[in-house]
Design a protein around this ligand. Structure first.
Ligand code: NAD
Ligand code: MG
Length: 392
C-alpha cells in the first residue's frame, strides 16, 4: 500500500489520479490533497477519500471549506486538517506518512511545494512541468542529494523513460519527442490572428486543463517539454528533436548509438503514464483498450513549422542560453496565456509578448531558488506591462 499526496487534485491530472486510486484501493491510500480555490470539488474529494490533511492556495476558499466541513454531519468528526496558502501546500507536500507525491499543480505555483516534497525525500510523480522549466538544475540537484527519483507523468517523458529502461544512458544518441500539433496545426498563419480561446482549447487527442491546452495550440507545450526532457534525462537540447505525429499513438522515442530507435506506443489516455509512475516499476492492469494498429492504419511524422509555431523556437533558445532565461520564458508565457484566455490579447500576441519579454531580459546565472523566483517575478512584471501596452 502506497500513501499518496496529490498536489492539484481538482485538475485534469488530479482527477485521473483519483480515478486510479478508486480503481486500485488495495494499492493506494490518499492521505493529502491540495487545490487552488475550488472548495466544492475538494469537499467532494474529501468525502470520498477521507485524507488526513488538505490545503487550498486561496485562504478565503479554505475558510469556506472549514465552515462547510463543520456543518456536514458525516464530516464533523473527521480529523482533518484544512490549511491554506503556500505554507499549507508545502505542509501537505511533506506529510510524514506520504510515500509518493503526485505533483499536478499547473504552472509556477507548483515550484515550492514540489521542491519541498523532494526535500522531504518523497518519490515524485511529476506532471507539473513548469517548475522543471524554471529550476531544472536546482530540482535535479536536490533530488540527487536526497537520493530520490523524479518519475515522469508527462506522456512523452514517460515514453522516453520506458524506452530507456534497461539501456545505458551513455548509449543514447537522441531523444525524439512527438507532438500532436494541437487544434490549429493546419490553420494558415493569416487565419491565426482571430482564433478565439474556445477554438484553441479544442485539443484533437487529449482532454486537459486550459493552460496546457493553449500551450498545445502554440506548441509552447512542446517547447516546455524539450526543457523538461533536458533536465529529466540529462541530455543537451541539441540532441532533443520534435516531430509532429498527429495520431498521438507513438508517445516519444529514443535513438541509440547503433541507430536503433525504441518507441513507446499506446492509446492516448493519461492513466497510462500516470499508472506507470504511481506503481513504478510494476505495471497496473488499467483496463485500457488495446491499441488496434490495423484500425489506426497509418502513423505519420512531419517536421514542426517554426514560422507557424515560434514559441517552440523560443523554448530551444531559452534552454540553450540557460540561466534565468527559461524562468523568464515560462513567466511570460503564463502571463500571456492568462491574458489570452481572458480575451485581453489575441492569439498571435502570446508569442509576441514572450519574444518582447525575452528580448528585454539580460540572462543571469541561477544558483538558488531565490534567483529563480526573482527571474519569475521579473518576467511576470515585464510581460504584464507588455499586455497593458499592446493588449486590447
Ligand atoms: P488543471 O488546470 O486541470 O489543474 C490544475 C490544478 O492545479 C487544479 O487542481 C488547481 O486547483 C490547481 N491550481 C491552480 N492554480 C493553483 C495555485 N496558484 N496554487 C495551487 N494550486 C493551483 O491542469 P492539468 O491539465 O491537470 O495540468 C497540471 C500540470 O500537469 C500542468 O503543469 C500540465 O502541464 C501537466 N500535464 C498535464 C497533462 C494533462 O493531460 N492534463 C499532461 C501532461 C502534463
Ligand atoms: Mg505531454
Amino acid at each position: 500500500m502506497k500513501n499518496l499526496v496529490l498536489l492539484g487534485s481538482t485538475g485534469s491530472i488530479g482527477t485521473n489520479t483519483l480515478r486510479l486510486a478508486t480503481d486500485f484501493p488495495d494499492r493506494f491510500r490518499v492521505v493529502g490533497l491540495t487545490a487552488g480555490s475550488n472548495s466544492d470539488k475538494l469537499l467532494a474529494q474529501i468525502r470520498r477519500f477521507r485524507p488526513r490533511c488538505v490545503a487550498l492556495a486561496d485562504a478565503a476558499a479554505a475558510e469556506r471549506l472549514r465552515r462547510r466541513c463543520g456543518r456536514q454531519p458525516d464530516l464533523r468528526n473527521l480529523e482533518i486538517e484544512i490549511l491554506s496558502g503556500t505554507e499549507g501546500l508545502v505542509r501537505v507536500a511533506t506529510l510524514e506518512e506520504a510515500d509518493l507525491v503526485v505533483s499536478a499543480i499547473v504552472g509556477s505555483a507548483g515550484l515550492l511545494p514540489t521542491f519541498a516534497a523532494i526535500g522531504a525525500k518523497k518519490t515524485i510523480a511529476l506532471a507539473n512541468k513548469e517548475p522543471l522549466v524554471m529550476a531544472g538544475s536546482i530540482l535535479q540537484q536536490e533530488a540527487q542529494r536526497q537520493g530520490i527519483t523524479l518519475l515522469p507523468v508527462d506522456s512523452e517523458h514517460s515514453a522516453i523513460f520506458q524506452s530507456m529502461s534497461g539501456q545505458r544512458r551513455r548509449d543514447v544518441r537522441r531523444l525524439i519527442l512527438t507532438a500532436s500539433g494541437g487544434p490549429l496545426l493546419d490553420l494558415p498563419i493569416g487565419k491565426r490572428r482571430t482564433i478565439k480561446p474556445a477554438q484553441a482549447l479544442k485539443h484533437p487527442t487529449w482532454r486537459m486543463g486550459s493552460k496546457i491546452s493553449i500551450d498545445s495550440a502554440t506548441l509552447m507545450n512542446k517547447g516546455l517539454e524539450v526543457i523538461e526532457a533536458r533536465w529529466l534525462f540529462d541530455i543537451p537540447p541539441d540532441r532533443i528533436d520534435v516531430v509532429i505525429h498527429r495520431q498521438s499513438i507513438v508517445h516519444s522515442m529514443v535513438e541509440y548509438l547503433d541507430g536503433s530507435v525504441i518507441a513507446q506506443m499506446g492509446v492516448p489516455d493519461m492513466r497510462g503514464p500516470l499508472g506507470y509512475a504511481l506503481n513504478y516499476p510494476e505495471r497496473l492492469p488499467l483496463g485500457l483498450p488495446s491499441l488496434e494498429l490495423t484500425k489506426v492504419k497509418a502513423l505519420t511524422f512531419e517536421p514542426p513549422d517554426l514560422k507557424k509555431f515560434p514559441c517552440l523556437g523560443y523554448a530551444y533558445e531559452a534552454i540553450k542560453i540557460g540561466g534565468s532565461l527559461p524562468a523568464v520564458l515560462n513567466a511570460a508565457n503564463e502571463v500571456a496565456v492568462r491574458a489570452y484566455l481572458e480575451d485581453r490579447i489575441g492569439f498571435l500576441e502570446i508569442a509576441r509578448l514572450i519574444r518582447k519579454t525575452m528580448d528585454a531580459h539580460v540572462p543571469q546565472a541561477v544558483k538558488s531558488l531565490e534567483d529563480v523566483l526573482e527571474a519569475d517575478r521579473w518576467g511576470r512584471e515585464k510581460a504584464a506591462k507588455a499586455v497593458k501596452e499592446d493588449g486590447r
